[in-house]
Write a protein that binds this ligand. Structure first.
Ligand SMILES: Cc1cc2nc3c(=O)[nH]c(=O)nc-3n(C[C@H](O)[C@H](O)[C@H](O)COP(=O)(O)OP(=O)(O)OC[C@H]3O[C@@H](n4cnc5c(N)ncnc54)[C@H](O)[C@@H]3O)c2cc1C
Length: 512
């Protein structure tokens, strides 16, 4: 793996000084930035804008112990069961026990949670949860409403500079400490953000796959940058596939999610003959953990040769469905699916990354001053499979912890020694880069999907290795080339981890 993607002379780059650099403006990055002490100068860097993130698209809600009949022990137990023995129990305890105070903080920040006529938070249920414990906004628009409100507050903060359309290229480090980030700005000018505290909140990897619920920006940039800088990554083989995305015969860059909350409110999966096939497969039936439901759907599809199964939502009235799930209602109607009368055609697709940059309970990596939080991080709370709606909670709990740790660490301004320009020759054309991007996406979908074989994974790894070798010494100068290189490096980490894990566990399911 090359150390830097940046190919020019770093010594010629302008240096901008900050106390803290946060990469990513999803809920993890926004919430962390709000917890940095106001006398510290923060640069918040985002690849596109404040709407382009997995956070913005989140539907179902945020899990937390709110109901009087719920307990921390119950939430911990459900998280551990979904994680199939690979969770870090200490991290799960922190996540669950600090959940309610973070939800209370969002309420104070005026995030518009749905409430009942008595003004209490409404709570729903999703797969793998033994109790109702998911708070939500705008029915099924939790991510949009939360992101909008946090972004509004962040934009008013005088200590935070936001760099839109700015791309993280490399992380700089020296003697085990982080020293800065090389970025490419909105006018493609490249510069260095020098800081002794950096938080990577760069989100997931969905766009490594052909069929995903994630936007195009989710290519694992942060994970690849961290790895090049020497940060440890773990559980990279644990990729979650969501059982129910809206099936549409035409290819769509980002598949529309049908939230698990729809099954939480009574939706039932049926095959094309109308059989409720989850009824006898698991004690939680349609609300079994995601990997299990996904695999049973894939089995049904293999058996029947159909393109999709169906989600029967006819137990809900039109009034209830349109109020409870306004975004899903409108998207289905746009495609001619007259919910709740019509069944919704659904099939699984890539959705979430459980692994990522390994952190401790303060969100710090093995490099001093380099933190990761949100989907890019592996705190260990998800283990082999994420419990529904635990991911935004993780963004909040560990984003706040990372910020507080930075506030207390009081690190000195970093010394920075910049490397000489490498002598790389040869570049890939734009066409070739796009061809490689699509080849990675096809390879990942075919060889590192929800059901895996050693032969497929070996072939996939060999192909991705050859792409990494090709990019190892190429002169790169454009965002697309940096991205494809990051995609190949991240894909290689996934295959390496998948081949190293011999047994089937959670989302890593190997049949031969
Ligand atoms: C459709 C959908 C529905 C979901 N529903 C739920 C739900 O109901 N509940 C739940 O808990 N979870 C849900 N999830 C998962 C959850 O939304 C995400 O895991 C979580 O929001 C991730 O937040 P994040 O801040 O870590 O990353 P993101 O929100 O993905 O933000 C990543 C940020 O990093 C930036 N970035 C990436 N690379 C670079 C780079 N090279 N340079 C600069 N910036 C970069 C991106 O532009 C973006 O701003 C859902 C996910 C999807 C896709």
């Amino acid at each position: 793996m090359r150390r830097y993607l940046y190919c020019g002379s770093m010594k010629d780059l302008e240096i901008k000084d900050y106390d803290v650099v946060i990469i990513g403006s999803g809920i993890a990055g926004l919430y962390a930035s709000l917890h940095i002490d106001p006398y510290l100068k923060v640069a918040l860097v985002t690849k596109v804008d404040l709407k382009t993130s997995n956070s913005y698209y989140a539907q179902g809600g945020i899990a937390s112990v709110i109901a009087p009949n719920d307990t921390f022990e119950g939430h911990i137990e459900d998280t551990l069961v979904a994680g199939a023995g690979l969770c870090n129990e200490e991290a799960v305890k922190v996540l669950v026990e600090e959940g309610p105070e973070n939800i209370a903080e969002l309420v104070k920040l005026n995030v518009p949670f749905d409430t009942n006529p008595e003004g209490e938070l409404m709570i729903t249920r999703e797969g793998g949860h033994s109790c109702r414990r998911i708070v939500h906004c705008g029915g099924d628009a939790t991510g949009r409403e939360t992101t909008k409100q946090l972004a509004q507050i962040v934009m008013e903060k005088e200590n935070i500079d936001i760099f839109f359309n700015t791309f993280l290229i490399d992380i700089l480090s020296e003697d085990g400490h982080v020293t800065g980030a090389v970025v490419s700005g909105s006018d493609s000018t490249q510069f260095i953000l020098r800081a002794s505290n950096i938080i990577l909140a760069t989100g997931g990897i969905g766009y490594l796959y052909k069929y995903t619920t994630n936007p195009r920006a989710a290519v694992g940039d942060g994970v690849a940058c961290a790895k090049r800088a020497g940060a440890e990554c773990e559980n990279m083989e644990m990729v979650q596939f969501h059982p129910t995305t809206l099936y549409c015969p035409e290819y769509s860059e980002r598949l529309f999610l049908i939230s698990e909350a729809v099954r939480g409110e009574g939706g039932i999966l049926r095959d094309s003959k109308g059989v409720a096939f989850m009824a006898d497969k698991h004690k939680l039936k349609d609300l079994a953990p995601r990997d299990i439901v996904t695999r049973f759907i894939l089995k049904e599809l293999e058996k029947s040769g159909d393109t999709n199964v169906f989600l029967d939502v006819s137990s809900m009235s039109d009034e209830f469905f349109s109020h409870r799930f306004p975004t899903i209602y409108s998207e289905c109607h746009k495609l001619g699916v007259n919910v709740p009368v019509d069944e919704i055609p659904v099939r699984p697709a890539q959705h979430y990354m459980m692994g990522g940059i390994k952190t401790d309970l303060n969100g710090m990596t093995n490099i001093d001053g380099l933190y990761a939080c949100g989907e890019a991080a592996c705190t260990g709370i998800h283990g082999a499979n994420r419990l529904a709606s635990n991911s935004i909670l993780e963004c909040l709990v560990f984003g706040r912890r990372a910020a507080r740790h930075i506030n207390e660490a009081k690190r000195q301004k970093s010394r920075i020694t910049l490397p000489d320009a490498p002598d790389f020759k040869g570049a890939a054309s734009s066409d070739e880069i796009e061809k490689d991007r699509e080849a990675i996406r096809c390879c990942m979908s075919e060889k590192a999907g929800a059901v895996r074989t050693v032969a497929d994974m070996t072939a996939g790894r060999n192909f991705i290795r050859s792409l990494c070798d090709k990019y190892e010494h190429l002169h790169l100068s454009e965002k697309d080339a940096y991205e494809v290189c990051n995609m190949a490096e991240t894909a290689l980490m996934i295959f390496d981890a998948a081949l190293a894990r011999k047994e089937s566990v959670g989302a890593h399911y190997v049949i031969g």
